[in-house]
Design a protein around this ligand. Structure first.
Ligand SMILES: [Zn+2]
Ligand SMILES: [Zn+2]
Length: 224
């Protein structure tokens, strides 16, 4: 178990024991705790629902975000997804579990599915890694096979914001009957919310009540 050996902090190089970050760097991570829309977690002046959620209510009722998508959380997520630093999952999931434990917990966690070809390329699903830690910390089951990603869409990050909803439409399939289930979609980053929104729609159509849990939330307002 490589991560149990004493190591140097990924950010500052100080001894960090068995953790990826030293306690000072962990404490300095930018927590997402300013006033924000309760539905999509986008910052709003007084914590009221944002205009986009009022105009087009999404299929999820609440978003919990542990961190702002800002330095060094962006660098950690990059090292996680593209550098395979799986220890980042624990570093970001633990504070998210703490946040979630202050709310009523859902019945199950649904990690954002990757298309099988993307999963083969990367070797792991970052949302699944986060969900596994959350599941262990909170005692909630992870339901990785509830939904399939049937379209291999262009990466959302490559598209202008207004194209993202169209790109992801119909990307998921959820054959189960989820009547009466409360589920949380788990993902690493929420930007426009188009991808989690589409998965939530799919789960909602199957009868579930859905919320969203993300490690990090972008702070800009989408121009859509
Ligand atoms: Zn450090
Ligand atoms: Zn909102």
């Amino acid at each position: 178990m490589q991560r149990l050996l004493p190591q140097d902090c990924f950010l500052c190089g100080a001894p960090s024991g068995s953790h990826l970050l030293c306690s000072a760097c962990q404490a300095d991570l930018p927590k997402h705790n300013g006033p924000a829309c309760p539905i999509c977690a986008l910052p709003t002046p007084r914590g009221e629902a944002c205009g986009a959620c009022l105009a087009h209510p999404p299929a999820f009722g609440r978003t919990l975000a542990a961190f702002d998508y800002a330095f060094p959380v962006d660098a950690l997520l990059h090292a996680f997804k593209y550098g395979g630093r799986l220890a980042v999952a624990e570093t970001l999931a633990d504070p998210l579990a703490q946040l979630a434990s202050r709310h009523s917990l859902p019945d199950g966690l649904v990690p954002m599915p990757l298309h099988p070809s993307r999963l083969r390329e990367r070797g792991f699903n970052q949302a699944m890694e986060l969900a596994r830690h959350l599941s262990r910390r909170l005692g909630i089951k992870t339901l990785p096979h509830l939904c399939q990603r049937r379209l291999n869409t262009s990466p959302q990050a490559d598209l202008p914001w207004k194209e993202r909803k169209k790109n992801i439409r119909g990307a998921f399939e959820c054959p189960a009957d989820l009547t009466g289930q409360r589920l949380a979609v788990v993902d690493d980053v929420m930007t426009t919310g188009a991808t989690v929104g589409e998965l939530a729609r799919c789960l909602q159509r199957a009868g579930a009540e859905v919320e969203v849990w993300v490690a990090a939330r972008t702070l800009e307002k989408p121009h859509v």
